[in-house]
Design a binder for this molecule. Structure first.
Ligand code: ADP
Ligand code: ZN
Ligand code: ZN
Length: 740
């Protein structure tokens, strides 16, 4: 009689499952794929997932071991999720154990029971808290506390700590302070997490959709019963979020769940609070800032269908859904949707694939769609829906180019930009300056001998951070004190070259001594809660200068900003990576989208030394769709994605030779099977040395996606099987969004 064999995915980097005998006392009839199984693996016990069973095995009987125990009565992974994960694993040619590790909460992988939490403690505002809020002076110096109290005020039944994360990044710390003051109190009574305020959920609060919004909603609602991908294209403020909300309501009305992917939770507080106000709770919110426990709880809420709406960053694409009805990817062009290490999946692409498997619609929303997405819409694979106007009729901010050539610059700022900033500030409006480079200056150099602040571990310069008195490498994190004298020649004539946000802040302080300045970048927001405080300062209104990196480009809306300055557009115009100009255009328009409202339209000034750059010209004079069309034409002529399909094999080692040797061997392994694909390289990575490792790469390119995957199916197992130099680390990136 054939023995039943369990196929188990275990946490290991090996690209295969492992065969085991069932545990001795196991009820085989109850065994379903997706349950967790504790198994011996090498000298350890690990927790794996049953992915299937078989009647036989190639493992020799002596080597076949028994599983220790089945951990679940019900599978923690549904057949649908398992199916989806297996598809993802094949598509990205990634080992099953690591895919599961990315997709599942840590506690589940550690064997924690998959049982929903008790009703969590809720925090509610006390009478003393309401008084403090009403007086105002008590809270003048603590914007974070005030925000939180304001947020709690309309909820007599209180809110959980988790749901307060939409208002504060670390609500626990603020709640502790507020509790010490007697302004909030915990209690455990269950109740709706929605404000009882009848207006907020009635038709009064729901705006009447404009024509374009209504058409978009109708188009998707007509297809709710099967798979269809939609591109929802609309500038910031054109009402995309409102469309999402209406679609989610339609899905909820059918008793189904909706999943919404967003780039970064911390940067989308406005979206979350609108969802909280308008949709019946609780929301399951999933992102990297959660504790393991919170993450498991959110996962369980989604799996059990208690949370009807799931919102999260890229890994939420793996969220278990009991009755999925709709997938939405907001800011679908955003590169944070792609994981850049380990299991390198793209959240948007997987969402489309999952929608197809679930046979439900997928909506991809953006003001500046990715070129791949545009291309899919042009080919008719995605249905294109557009919201051409800002709600309330405000126009898109006009863009002007400032030619920097031969201009006198003050720390990188031209006279026209400074003059315009002065005019707007004088009108009590806000000015936003965008510079995607934190720190004081990107390099320190010696005027005497030409020495540069090179990083010892990377082919890169160390950035000057004057506040900390440190030189910091943004690539490996290494830091050292800023030199007082040149380490080569001893000269004290050391100069900072170029601008970072810190230097811009100093320059603006001098130029506008009476104007408050808010700088938002990774350095100024490192402390928990500091971003909220900075944002509150901006929202308070009045003349103010805002300086920021791309942290400032996402999510937030700043209605008092009427002038946006792009300090340095040249970075993106001549990047080595062909993706650079697309990124730059998206970033420019996203920053531009932060500004203005119907009654106070914004203006955008772009500083560049390349005013005649053809793509910049098209972007400025004709807008993003024309830019996208021109860029796609270039890509087509150059046979670049999305007209070809790529995979990048990267290798790194302590010497350049080891890395290249591995890739050369990979190239040799490809020789007889490279049908319909082209292999380019090996070549050193654009930044060859990083954190002490030499990096090289081999690019695989095909005109047909099938050819690429047919090749990878054959090639990757050979790469893994090959006995290799243990000093080489390698990874495969399917559909890379960065070529280094
Ligand atoms: P987007 O997500 O495209 O940036 P939003 O959905 O956030 O746009 O809409 C921008 C603003 O306009 C929001 O304050 C929203 O509440 C409001 N709004 C959206 N649609 C309408 C509408 N049909 N009528 C009135 N206000 C609307
Ligand atoms: Zn010197
Ligand atoms: Zn470095």
């Amino acid at each position: 009689m054939a023995t039943l064999i369990l196929r188990i995915a275990v946490p290991s980097p090996l690209d295969r499952t492992f065969d085991y005998l069932p545990p001795p006392d196991c009820d085989l009839s109850a065994l379903a794929p997706g349950v967790r199984v504790r198994v011996p693996f090498g000298h350890r016990d690990v927790i794996g997932f049953l992915v299937g069973t078989a009647d036989g095995t190639a493992v020799v009987p002596d080597a076949l071991r028994s599983a220790h125990a089945i951990l679940d009565a019900e599978p923690v992974l549904s057949a649908e999720t398992l199916n989806f994960l297996q598809w993802a694993q094949r598509y990205y040619h990634h080992p099953p154990g690591e895919v599961l590790a990315t997709a599942l909460p840590t506690l589940l992988r550690q064997g924690e029971p998959a049982i929903p939490p008790d009703i969590p403690v809720r925090w509610r505002i006390t009478a003393a808290g309401r008084e403090a809020l009403a007086i105002g002076t008590a809270l003048r110096r603590s914007a974070g506390q005030r925000l939180l109290l304001e947020h709690l005020a309309p909820y007599p039944a209180g809110l959980t700590t988790v749901s307060l994360r939409t208002t504060a990044r670390n609500p626990s710390a603020i709640l502790r302070t507020l509790r010490a003051k007697g302004w909030v109190e915990p209690h455990a009574a269950p109740g709706p997490e929605n404000p009882p305020n009848p207006c907020s959920r009635s038709n009064l609060a729901r705006p009447v959709l404009n024509e374009a919004q209504a058409a978009a909603v109708a188009a998707v609602v007509a297809e709710l019963d099967h798979f269809q991908a939609f591109l929802l294209e609309g500038i910031t403020g054109s009402g995309k979020t409102e469309v999402y909300i209406c679609l989610i309501e339609a899905v909820l009305a059918r008793g189904r769940q909706a999943l919404v992917l967003v780039p970064e939770i911390g940067l989308t507080p406005q979206l979350l609070s609108r969802f909280n106000e308008r949709l019946p709770g609780p929301l399951a919110v999933m992102h990297s800032g959660l504790t393991d426990r919170e993450r498991l709880n959110a996962w369980l809420l989604a799996r059990d269908g208690l949370a009807r709406v799931v919102v999260g960053t890229r890994s939420a694409v793996f969220a278990p859904l009991r009755t999925a009805g709709l997938l939405i990817v907001d800011e679908e062009h955003d590169s944070s949707l792609k994981q850049q290490d380990g299991f390198r999946y793209h959240g948007r692409d997987l969402a489309v694939m999952r929608g197809q498997q679930l046979n439900i619609p997928v909506v991809l929303g953006s003001a500046t769609p990715a070129l791949e997405t545009y291309h899919n819409a042009q080919r008719g694979r995605y249905t294109r829906l557009s919201l051409p106007e800002r709600v309330g009729g405000g126009r898109e901010s006009p863009i002007e180019v400032v030619d920097l050539r031969r201009q006198r610059l003050t720390e990188g700022l031209s006279q026209p930009l400074l003059a315009r900033a002065g005019e707007h500030l004088a009108r009590n409006e806000q000015v936003l300056l965008f510079l995607n480079r934190r720190g004081f200056a990107p390099v320190l150099f010696c005027h005497e001998c030409g020495w540069l602040s090179q990083c010892h571990h990377c082919d890169a310069r160390m950035t000057i951070h004057l506040r900390q008195g440190q030189l910091i490498c943004h690539h490996c994190g290494d830091q050292r004190a800023v030199e007082r004298a040149c380490p080569l020649c001893g000269s004290v004539d050391l100069r900072a070259l170029g601008q970072g946000t810190e230097r811009l802040e100093n320059a603006l302080q001098t130029a506008f001594p009476d104007i408050p300045i808010t700088r938002i970048d990774r350095d100024s927001t490192r402390r928990r809660g500091s971003l909220e405080v900075l944002l509150a300062g901006i929202t308070a209104g009045g003349a103010r200068l805002l300086i920021g990196t791309q942290m400032l480009a996402k999510g937030h809306h700043f209605p008092d900003v009427t002038l946006v300055g792009i300090v340095d557009a040249d970075q993106g115009l001549y990047g080595i990576d062909f993706h650079a100009s697309e990124r730059m255009a998206q970033l420019i328009l996203q920053v531009a989208g932060r500004a203005g409202r119907a009654d106070k339209p914004g203006t955008v000034l772009i500083q560049t030394h390349q005013p005649g750059h053809p793509l910049l010209q098209i972007l400025v004079s004709q807008g993003y769709p024309a830019f996208a069309a021109a860029t796609l034409a270039e890509r087509k002529a150059a046979l670049l994605p999305p007209f070809t399909y790529q995979a990048l094999l990267r290798a790194e080692a302590t010497t350049a030779e080891q890395a290249t040797a591995f890739l050369r061997a990979g190239l040799a392994l490809a020789e007889t099977i490279a049908d319909g694909v082209e292999l380019l390289g090996p070549a050193p990575a654009p930044m060859e040395r990083r954190a002490g490792h030499y990096r090289a790469q081999l690019l695989v390119q095909a005109l047909q996606r099938q050819d690429l995957h047919r090749f990878l199916d054959l090639w990757v197992p050979r790469l893994r099987a090959k006995k290799r130099d243990q000093r080489v680390r390698w990874s495969l990136d399917v559909d890379p969004i960065e070529l280094y």
